[in-house]
Design a protein around this ligand. Structure first.
Ligand code: ZN
Length: 116
């Protein structure tokens, strides 16, 4: 068995995980970086902190101690619009390598493991 395999097949597997730092590469917020808050695998979308923030009008709810006004909330963006950020290279394509019995994500540029 090969020690290093880079997957070339197209698949629906999602390479972004919660708490990853990603950079937006297209869309209204292109160029922004943020932390991944949530992943929606079925729709292929994610929520990224401070990215695609929309203002929502909130009704006051005294029972929940919610003040009325305008709240800001992230909206979902397509995973294809972001790239994972390598600590040394910036936004990069992700490769895969087998380390022992587990598969890790690696930076395609410098080969650094992007999983803890
Ligand atoms: Zn790198």
């Amino acid at each position: 068995m090969a020690t290093a395999t880079v997957s070339t097949t197209k698949h629906k597997h999602i390479d972004i995980k919660r708490n990853d730092t990603v950079k937006v590469i297209s869309g209204r917020d292109a160029g922004k970086e943020g932390r991944v808050l949530r992943i929606f695998p079925k729709t292929g979308r994610i929520l990224v902190e401070h990215v695609m923030v929309v203002k929502k009008h909130v009704r006051p709810n005294p029972q929940k101690n919610v003040k009325g006004g305008i709240a800001e909330q992230e909206s979902r963006i397509a995973i294809s619009n972001v790239q994972l950020v390598c600590p040394s290279c910036g936004p990069v394509r992700i490769g895969h390598e087998e380390r022992g019995d587990r598969k890790v994500r690696v930076c395609k540029k410098c080969g650094t493991t992007l999983d803890k």
